[in-house]
Design a protein around this ligand. Sequence first.
Ligand SMILES: C[S@@+](CC[C@H](N)C(=O)[O-])C[C@H]1O[C@@H](n2cnc3c(N)ncnc32)[C@H](O)[C@@H]1O
Length: 451
Amino acid sequence: MPELETNQRHSELFSPPSDVRGMTELDRTAFSKTVTVPALKVKKEIVNKLMRSLKRVALQRPGIKRVIEDPEDEESRLIMLDPFKMFSQDSFEKAELSILSQLHVSPQISKYNLKLTYENFKSEEILRAVLPEGQDVTSGFSRVGHIAHLNLRDHQLPFKHLIGQVMIDKNPGITSAVNKINNIDNTYRNFQMEVLSGEENMLTKVRENNYNYEFDFSKVYWNPRLSTEHSRIIELLKPGDVLFDVFAGVGPFVIPVAKKNCTVFANDLNPESHKWLLHNCKLNKVDQKVKVFNLDGKDFLQGPVREELTQQLGPPSKERRCSVHIVMNLPAKAIEFLSAFKSLLDGPPCPSEHLPIVHCYSFSKDADPAEDVRQQAGAVLGVSLEACSSVHLVRNVAPNKEMLCITFQIPASILYKDQTMNLENHEDPPLKRQRTDKAFSEEKILIASNI
Ligand SMILES: C[S@@+](CC[C@H](N)C(=O)[O-])C[C@H]1O[C@@H](n2cnc3c(N)ncnc32)[C@H](O)[C@@H]1O
C-alpha cells in the first residue's frame, strides 16, 4: 500500500470519534473509542531484544504504548502491530520470522481491542475532529509565562472555550488561555483580551535572554517574538555605553544592557509598564544602574535625554570611548518622535563618532519596506538617510506588513542648534568632519543645514 495512503488510513483509524464534530463544550469522555489492532504475544524477558527486529511492523503511534501487559498472563507482554501492515502471520518478512523462531516466539497474531481516550489525541487531532470539516484548525499561540495567547479566526470563535481548554490540557505549564479581541491600537500597546479558559490571573513570569520579567499581561506590552531582536540590540552595546530607551515597556532592552554595566535611562508612558519596569530592575538587581521615567516619549527626549546628552557629549573630550544608543520601539509611531531630535542640543557639536546612534522601529506595507522606512524617517528629520543608515528586517507581522528597525547616527546638523555660528568657533568643525565621513551623504546634510 502506498505510504501516503497508509498514513491517511492510519490517521483516520486513530483519530477521535466522528460524533465529537461540532462540540462546543469540552466533553473529554466523548473522545473514547476502541480500535482493534493485531498483537503478538511474547515472554516479557525478550521484549527489548525483539523490538529492534520488529521495528517495521510495530505500531508507530505517538501517545500509544507499543508494548502492554497481557491481561491473561502476567509473564507475557503484547506487542501492538501496525494494522495496515500485519494482516496475518504471513505478513512477517523472512528475517522477522527467523528472529521469532530463534527466540521461540509463535508468529501467530491475535486481535487486541485498544482503548483510546482524550489523553491519546494531540491537540490538533482533537480540534480537527471538532471544528467544521475542511476549516483551518492550526491554533498556534504565543506563550507568555503560564498564558497561551491565541489569535482565533472568526470560524473558530464558536469553539473558543473548547480550544482554550484543549490548549491548557495539552501544553504542560499553561494554565490560562486568552484570545486577542482586537488589534493593538491603543496607546499602551497592550492587548484587549478575553480569558477563554483556565485562571483569570494575568500576573505572569517569563524568562527572556536569561533574565526574569514579571508583569500583568493584560496591562502591559510583551511579545515573545521579539526576543531575537532584543538580543540583537543588546549585543551592540559595550560596557560603559549609555542607553536611552524611549518606549521601554517592562524592560527587555533595559535589563540586559544594564547588566552589561551600561548606564540606562528607561521610559514608558504607561503607568503599569513603569511600575513593572521598576519591579523588574529590582528583580534583576540593576535598579542602581537604571533611571526610570514615566513620561511621554517626546518629553523624555526633550527633558532627561537632552540634559544627559548635554553632559555626555560636551564639552568634547578626547578620552571619551563610549557610545550613546537611543532605542525607540513603538513601530506604529516612533518615527514621528524623531522630530524631537531637531535642534535638541546647544553648543558646539561633539565629534561625529560620538553622535548618538538611534534604533527606531517602524512598520511598512510598502513593496520596498527598507526604502519606505528610510524615506519616512528622512522626511521627519528633513535630511536624507539614504547613505548613512542601515535597515534591519525584524519580522513579518502580517501578510504584506513588515516590522523594521532603522539605525543611524543623528546628524550634527539636526541635533545641534545654530551650527553656522559654531562652525566659526570650533577648531575642528564637526560639519566638515561629517562631510568627510563616508557614512553621511555630504550634499544632503549641507542642504538640510541650510549652509
Ligand atoms: C511596542 S511596546 C515596546 C516595549 C519594549 N521596548 C519591547 O521591546 O518589548 C511600546 C511601548 O511604548 C509605550 N508607549 C506608547 N506610547 C508612548 C508614548 N507616547 N511615550 C512613551 N511610551 C509610550 C507603551 O506603553 C509600550 O510599553
